[in-house]
Design a binder for this molecule. Structure first.
Ligand SMILES: N[C@@H](CCC(=O)N[C@@H](CS)C(=O)NCC(=O)O)C(=O)O
Length: 209
């Protein structure tokens, strides 16, 4: 059985959504991204992955896969018939990789600057301006389309939906992009997205309590 190391509402949520959308059962291990402890047994998460970051997907043969773009495509390719990723060789497959890369490097890492890394107001403000630009690219893409790639839900949507859920914590309100508000509502209406978010919200609340 596949195993996913995750932290509630972190980027590993996209991998949980992908697993649930694919109907793949997995064992989930909560890895605390600040203390680097695996909650199951208080073991060192860095032994699982030197990066100390989620997601980590452990395959049946013990191989470990990290990086959301790789993990998400791997999950999608376990069930090619579901179209969670376009087939290899198809131009849309490169489009999917284009989006996974943009979300992972520009949007995800972009909103960490004002949230955690920059301390002074001027740096925070300029980082928010940069996020505004990167998120606007996604909004423009979704103007008149339901999904990022092709005409169906793919793992790129799982990744973007997660990123949009977290934008508020970076002080960016997505209300300014009606396309994104509608898109996120469509994503939340998907039963597996709703269930995955429900599970992780509960865990997050329990940890914060
Ligand atoms: N490039 C990685 C980034 C993963 C990442 O930054 N994960 C965060 C949670 S959203 C984390 O675990 N951070 C802990 C750390 O970097 O120490 C990916 O796209 O999967």
């Amino acid at each position: 059985m596949l195993q996913l190391y995750f932290f509630p509402m972190a980027c590993s949520l996209a991998s949980r959504i992908a697993l649930m959308e694919a109907g793949i059962e997995a064992r989930y291990h909560l890895a605390h991204i600040w203390t680097k402890k695996v909650l199951d047994d208080d073991s060192d998460f860095r032994v699982v992955s030197q990066k100390g970051a989620v997601p980590v997907l452990v395959l049946e043969n013990g191989e470990r896969l990290t990086e959301s773009a790789a993990v998400l495509q791997y999950i999608a390719d376990r069930k090619p018939e579901l179209g969670l990723a376009p087939p290899p060789g198809d131009l849309d497959r490169y489009r999917l990789q284009e989006w996974l890369s943009f979300i992972g490097t520009e949007i995800h890492k972009g909103f960490l600057f004002p949230t955690f890394w920059y301390k002074d107001d001027a740096s925070k403000a300029s980082a928010r301006e940069r996020i505004w630009q990167t998120v606007s690219v996604a909004a423009a893409r979704l103007n008149g389309r339901d999904y990022l790639v092709g005409d169906r839900f793919t793992v790129a949507d799982a990744h973007l939906a997660w990123a949009l859920m977290l934008l508020r914590s970076a002080g960016v309100d997505i209300a300014q992009w009606p396309e994104l508000v509608d898109y996120l509502a469509r994503m939340h209406a998907r039963p597996h997205v709703k269930a995955a978010v429900g599970i992780e919200t509960q865990l997050w609340k329990k940890m914060a309590a």
